[in-house]
Design a protein around this ligand. Sequence first.
Ligand SMILES: C[S@@+](CC[C@H](N)C(=O)[O-])C[C@H]1O[C@@H](n2cnc3c(N)ncnc32)[C@H](O)[C@@H]1O
Length: 270
Amino acid sequence: MPAEKPEPRIDTSVPHNARIWNYWLGGTDNYPVDREMGERIRAFFPEIADNARADRAFLVRTATYLARDEGLRQFLDIGAGLPTRDNTHEVVQAAAPDARVVYVDNDPMVLAHARTLLTGTAEGATEYVDADLRDPEAILEAADASLDFSRPVALMLLGVLNFVGDDAEVRSLLDRLLGALPPGSFLVVSHPTDDLDPDRAHQVAAAWNEKGTPKLTVRSAAGIEALFDGLELLEPGVVSCSLWRPEQTGAGAAVPVAEYGGVARKPGAR
Ligand SMILES: C[S@@+](CC[C@H](N)C(=O)[O-])C[C@H]1O[C@@H](n2cnc3c(N)ncnc32)[C@H](O)[C@@H]1O
């Protein structure tokens, strides 16, 4: 009988990004070490929780748009994070119950909670893959059981490319993932930026990188725009994710946050 894969250990001695993100979003799946770091960063960057919420709201608007207006039925969400409100499968299956969603993350805590992510519609499919963004071939191979790669896929990379510091490596990962998707597929990215307030953005990264895992890189607006090279960027381009087609709520104009985002289409005939 093949040996069972051992459960990866949840390390509570160092702050983990998935857990601290959960803390800023108001969740309870985190440890004292995460909360301590979360508060340390919040002390000089009080709007950090607004950034996290703006990123999630961007996820809701972009995923809804792709399912409802672009007819996308397949979503590959890498760096999915811990389950929270409005998870990708809930958002897209509300618009299209037959949508198929594959989540990917490499954090053991996310793996431990993956069951919560797997409660999609009967008509659609919701799967979880325990894998690393740095190994696109393993991700594509595992996702192939649920997604049909001859049909368009929305590749969702929200708040995760910032954990790959080397620009050439990021380009290679994007090329390998997008290369496996047909024309008419979409790329959605959100990414922390130093565009609005460079000093404080680098202070956040430095504080996080002292102890936190994985290490964080912030990029300029131009650096984030470059992630979409070779694709057709949708209006309004790469902007603060709070300003990407914001809903008109009557509660005043959306406030820019230091997390930029964009959506682009892979060109070519379908
Ligand atoms: C900032 S959270 C974003 C979660 C979610 N995408 C969102 O926008 O709310 C980043 C997630 O990426 C995951 N992550 C970081 N590096 C990764 C890697 N190399 N491979 C897979 N997941 C990774 C972390 O574990 C964490 O859950």
